[in-house]
Design a protein around this ligand. Structure first.
Ligand SMILES: [Mg+2]
Length: 231
């Protein structure tokens, strides 16, 4: 068995429960901005359309076809427009509310703290994330995750996004980790796992939805706590 020393973890949907935190914030926005009175019948309708538009916007952002600022305002503008509401001011207020408040939410993926306590005893832990620097710092801090990690590498600080090799090289340089001593853990095949494969790093796919794939990796786990028997 190889001797690993550094574990790089993704944050959103791997440790921080993005889906649930985001859903709760969007429900709160639905009530606060009285979106029902503006013609959107149910919070779930609003959330469903927002999620699909947000995904499209993030795909463009990952390809550098949309800036961070445009991503933040356009996703809500388009969501409201879908429901026949064209109001740039409300869209911007909602965008601001979402960016300010969602990082304050603290629901974590099951087993998160237990896994991190276990890993922290044996390895140096770091985050590699495509999320925005100031947002991810707040999520870690509000969720009491900061003390587990030595370094957080964001695509903003690295200048490149996962799955680009450059962000992984940047992470290795910053942490002093050797490639052969490192493992990437993440929930996304296209960014986390493909990224690790691109640079030749071992990886563990956190795969709660049992997605099929053909990557030849260290492990594929359904729950975070399974990782304790691997690392
Ligand atoms: Mg993720």
């Amino acid at each position: 068995m190889r001797k690993f020393r550094h574990i790089f973890l993704d944050l959103d949907r791997t440790l921080w429960d993005f889906e649930e935190n985001s859903r709760q914030e969007l429900e709160s926005i639905f009530r606060k901005f009285k979106l029902q009175q503006l013609g959107i019948s149910l919070p779930n309708e609003f959330i469903k359309i927002y999620k699909s538009i947000n995904e499209e916007c993030w795909s463009l952002y990952r390809l550098n076809k949309l800036s961070k600022e445009d991503l933040r305002s356009i996703r809500f503008l388009k969501t409201l427009e879908y429901f026949g509401i064209s109001d740039q001011i409300i869209a911007e207020q909602i965008g601001q509310e979402y960016v300010n408040n969602s990082p304050k939410r603290t629901i974590l993926i099951d087993g998160c703290h237990e896994l991190l306590i276990y890993l922290k005893n044996k390895y140096q832990l770091h985050i590699i994330t495509n999320g925005f620097e100031e947002v991810q710092v707040k999520k870690l801090s509000n969720s009491k995750l900061t003390p587990y990690f030595e370094k957080m590498i964001t695509s903003e600080s690295a200048g490149f996004k996962k799955p680009r090799k450059e962000i992984f090289n940047y992470a290795l340089n910053l942490t002093g980790a050797k490639l052969s001593e490192s493992v990437m853990i993440g929930d996304d095949l296209q960014t986390d796992i493909q990224g690790a494969v691109n640079i030749g790093m071992e990886s563990i796919y956190f795969n709660p939805n049992r997605k099929n794939h053909s990557f030849n990796i260290l492990a594929d786990v359904e729950t975070l706590l399974e990782i304790k028997s691997i690392l």
